[in-house]
Design a protein around this ligand. Structure first.
Ligand code: ADP
Ligand code: MG
Length: 501
């Protein structure tokens, strides 16, 4: 029997009874020009069925040809994950019908993957490192895409018709599978998030994928089982699919721990099944009973020869690895003299690369951090977007910071300039001109506004003369109001002090 959706055991209680075991399967779509086994474009977002050819449509007699760049990038990922690279690996057919996969099988790798036995060290929130062991990273092809019409939420259930788009069929995928992650206990959800986050940073740094979870170019399945504390054999796992954000990875693990614990404790049992994750309430619901590997009738693909990776080639690829994200982070932390907490905040905000780019455009690390981690993070949260999706570039942020430094904008005006850029009103200088934001440098105009404010507030002038410097704030306020916030505050304060001596 399956427990009702909301019947969850308290998380802390789960931990007193059970030990979670977790396995993560991450699919990364490679950003190659062409598909894995044919010359069609692998571009995302083209008109439906415009990137197709006999191979990706499974036409009779069509023969696949391996994309060398795809193999090179698979090796690159394998090396960065500290894997062994197979001298010879093979493609296999994984047989199953799906309307968006016209061949009736997916070309994948089975018992001879290109990369195996690696690890990724991931940094947790408290700064400690957790080593996630990698079982294998193998090459395969993506399927096409179905759009279901007429049903609720675009689901197949209740749909009246479905559209097939084969553009994605044959786009290269790397599937990275962890060994079972044991002993994480209460940190299991956090380890899952941190691992996926580190992997995303890694493939982006390698330049092999844009790893956009929201667009499906990085997809995560999370396997979870519980075993009573003290037991060594694993329990039965479920595999949760369609998880499309880092936060959801963490929540899906947490939810399955709480759900499974309740089912088992109430005398029920866990079925080996796939489950769907629901963004809306962070729950999972049952999908299909999970096939075993035998049911896919894997066999070596007779159309494709083994993939041979000579050691010299592997070493050449190793030599092209860029500075890896964790090395880069350690270097930046050191160079900018940040605490663990400061570093964690900007990494969690997804701001590190943006801040580095902003510094490269001339801002100081402190200016760049302040913009991205506070104001722009707030703006991103308000619009429900990722920081990097905001319509502002590091160069524009650096330019705003420079205008503040030169005294041409106050912090407040600078935020308005940023608002204008985000709203698509143009480049920084255009927004400053169009919105009339520049600080008034005309000393005469400011002096006039100060004189008027002093004349209108004789009582305050008395207070200032009497030694109450704070009273000047009201005059500054009046001047700012008169100049619509554009007077240079330093100049205003100086004039007030002179005139009230
Ligand atoms: P499948 O073909 O079913 O997707 P994979 O081997 O690709 O299987 O992935 C299974 C994942 O689940 C791996 O990460 C593996 O380490 C993990 N795993 C295997 N058994 C268990 C278990 N009992 N509990 C939790 N995770 C498991
Ligand atoms: Mg799998």
């Amino acid at each position: 029997m399956t427990a009702p959706v909301n019947d969850l055991m308290d998380f802390d209680e789960v931990l007193t009874r059970f030990d979670p075991v977790m396995g993560l399967e991450v699919h990364v779509e490679l950003a190659t020009e062409t598909k894995m086994f044919s010359a069609s474009s692998a571009n995302f977002g083209s008109a439906p069925n415009s990137n197709v050819d006999p191979v990706s449509l499974g036409l009779p007699g069509a023969l696949p040809v391996v994309n060398a760049r795809g193999v090179e990038w698979a090796i690159k990922i394998g090396l960065a994950l500290n894997c062994s690279i197979a001298e010879s690996s093979r493609f296999a057919r994984k047989n199953y019908f799906y309307p968006d996969q016209p061949k009736n099988y997916q070309i994948s790798q089975y018992d001879e993957p290109i990369a195996y036995d690696g690890y990724l060290d991931v940094v947790l929130d408290d700064g400690t490192t957790w080593r996630v062991e990698i079982e294998r990273a193998h090459m395969e092809e993506d399927t096409g895409k179905l759009t279901h019409l007429g049903g609720a939420e675009g689901r197949i259930q209740g749909a009246t018709s479905s559209l097939v788009d084969c553009n994605r069929a044959g786009v290269p995928l790397i599937e990275i599978v962890t060994k079972p992650i044991e002993g994480a206990g209460e940190r299991a959800p956090e380890v899952a998030r941190a691992y996926v986050s580190a992997l995303r940073d890694l493939v982006k740094a390698l330049g092999v994928s844009d790893a956009r979870m929201d667009q499906g170019s990085m997809r995560v399945d999370s396997n979870l089982s519980l075993r009573p504390i003290g037991q060594t054999e694993f329990g039965t796992r479920t595999e949760t699919k369609n998880i499309n954000s880092l936060k959801s990875v963490e929540q899906a693990v947490r939810y399955e721990m709480q759900r499974q614990a309740r089912v088992i404790t109430d005398g029920g049992s866990i079925r080996q099944e796939t489950r769907h994750y629901h963004e809306t309430d962070g729950s999972t619901t049952a999908g299909r009973i999970k096939e075993t590997a035998e049911e896919y009738r894997y066999f070596n693909d007779p159309d494709l020869p083994p993939v041979i990776a000579p050691r010299e080639w592997v070493e050449e690829i190793r030599a092209t690895l860029p500075e890896l994200p964790w090395v880069r982070k350690a270097r930046i932390r050191e160079e900018w003299n940040l605490s663990d907490a400061e570093m964690r905040d900007l990494v969690n905000a997804g701001a590190l690369d943006l801040i580095i780019a902003t510094v490269e455009e001339g801002a100081t690390p402190a200016e760049a951090r302040s913009w991205w981690v506070s104001y722009l993070t707030q703006k991103a949260n308000e619009s429900g977007a990722e920081l990097e999706q905001l319509d502002i570039t590091p160069a524009q942020v650096a330019h705003v910071a420079a205008l503040v430094k030169e005294g041409k904008l106050t912090n407040k005006l600078a935020r308005q300039a940023v608002d204008g850029v985000l709203a698509g009103e143009g480049d920084v200088d255009e927004v400053v001109a169009a919105r009339g934001l520049e600080v008034v440098r005309d000393d005469g105009a400011i002096e006039k506004a100060v004189d008027e404010a002093l004349a209108a507030n004789p009582d305050i002038v008395e207070k200032i003369r009497g030694g109450n410097a704070k009273a000047g704030g009201a005059i500054v306020g009046a001047v700012m109001k008169a100049t619509r916030g554009k007077a240079d505050p330093a100049l205003v304060n100086k004039l007030i002090a002179e005139k009230c001596r």
